[in-house]
Design a protein around this ligand. Structure first.
Ligand code: SF4
Length: 363
């Protein structure tokens, strides 16, 4: 039966098979990993490796690179030397590029068997992957559904996406290879959720989850957060990608936030701040933004509260490890629920930084 959509992750947690991608393992209840995709020219190994290093530093676990040319496939050898996370080669249409990507060290191949062509060609890719035990991701996209499925379901539907994905996986399974990951992507969030609920009940291959063509930074982040939030909360999904029209670093930041918000990833400083109101007498909006920037790279697992006033401020700040409650031209420093001292407004950020550095040195 289909997933009810109301069962929290801990209960439903779909046990998928484990799949090894380079030095990472996904599925089988392992932590959900973050993927992103480079937007450099893959042929430019130096630029691509540099971007992957930046993505890795931001928290990316697995990276995907488009391989549209022979030169791009060849560049993978050099890129791989300079990075520490698994690399997925994204192949469309040309099976020879998949073979070249395998030969040049890709840790996983993403194909859509439907656009690779004849069975012989798909088999050649499968055999190359089998030889090195590389997983294959079968990716189905609402924009590339087969004609017969579109006709059968009268257009793009969740059922059609699932049927297409399972059919494509079956093509490879029938070749005796089941080291697979499946992805179903749609830019329609309710359809995407429905498709994941359906497929989670019908396969134990790990699922890579994303909302495709989500949009620009603001709208794409919201769309992805809503879609991925529901799907992950239902216990579905082994890797995620937030697709944004923008810098892939933003994808990784958003993905980390989504996982943290759902309690699926720990660590890092969480900043809570009040929305401000007529009682606020300090420039809280700019302070909260500055605090959020400042704590990004601080490896403490704590909550920092930035509150506008003493009405709710101390109470909220009490829940946090450390906090500030604004007053008139000054703020109260609060640690573990205790008011420590008053600080002039222009010193609040600096004092908070000193306190965090102190906590770090004590760690
Ligand atoms: Fe207003 Fe104070 Fe609440 Fe902030 S904490 S929204 S300033 S009442």
């Amino acid at each position: 039966s289909a997933g009810s959509g109301r069962v929290p992750r801990e209960v439903r947690k779909v046990k998928t098979k484990t799949v090894k991608i380079g030095n990472r393992v996904i599925g089988g209840g392992n932590p959900v990993l973050i993927q992103s995709m480079t937007n450099t020219k893959t042929e430019d190994a130096a630029a691509t490796a540099a971007q992957i290093q930046a993505l890795t530093a931001a928290g990316c676990d697995i990276v995907r690179c488009a391989v549209p040319t022979k030169e791009a496939a060849e560049a993978l050898t050099e890129i791989k030397k300079q990075i520490s996370i698994p690399l997925v080669a994204d192949i469309h249409f040309d099976y020879k590029l998949a073979l070249a990507a395998v030969a040049h060290g890709a840790d996983k191949i993403r194909i859509n068997p439907g656009n690779i062509g004849s069975e012989d060609r798909v088999r050649a890719v499968v055999d190359a992957c089998r030889e090195r035990n590389l997983p294959i991701r079968v990716g189905v996209n609402s924009g590339s559904l087969e004609k017969d499925i579109l006709e059968k379901y009268g257009g793009v539907t969740a059922e059609g996406l699932v049927e297409s994905a399972l059919h494509q996986a079956a093509v490879i399974e029938d070749m005796g290879y089941d080291n697979l990951v499946i992805s179903i992507k749609s830019s329609d969030v309710p359809m995407c959720v429905r498709a994941h609920e359906l497929i989670a009940d019908r396969t134990d291959h790990p699922l890579h989850v994303g909302i495709t063509e989500a949009g620009t930074l603001y709208s794409g982040t919201i769309k992805s957060a809503v879609g991925l939030g529901i799907i992950l909360h239902e216990g579905i999904g082994d890797t995620i990608r937030v697709s944004l029209t923008g810098d892939p670093l933003e994808e990784v930041k958003a993905a980390k936030r989504i996982l943290k918000t759902l309690g699926l990833r720990k660590g890092g400083v969480e900043v809570v701040s009040c929305p401000t109101c007529g009682r606020t007498q300090i420039d809280l909006i700019s302070l909260a933004n500055q605090v959020e920037d400042m704590v990004q790279d601080i490896p403490l697992d704590i909550k920092v509260a930035v509150m506008g006033c003493v009405v709710n401020g101390p109470g909220e700040a009490r829940e946090a490890d450390i906090g500030i409650a604004g007053g008139k031209g000054e703020g109260l420093l609060i640690k573990n629920g205790e008011i420590v001292r008053k600080i002039p407004e222009d010193r609040l950020l600096a004092v908070l930084r000193e306190e965090l550095e102190h906590m770090l040195s004590e760690k």
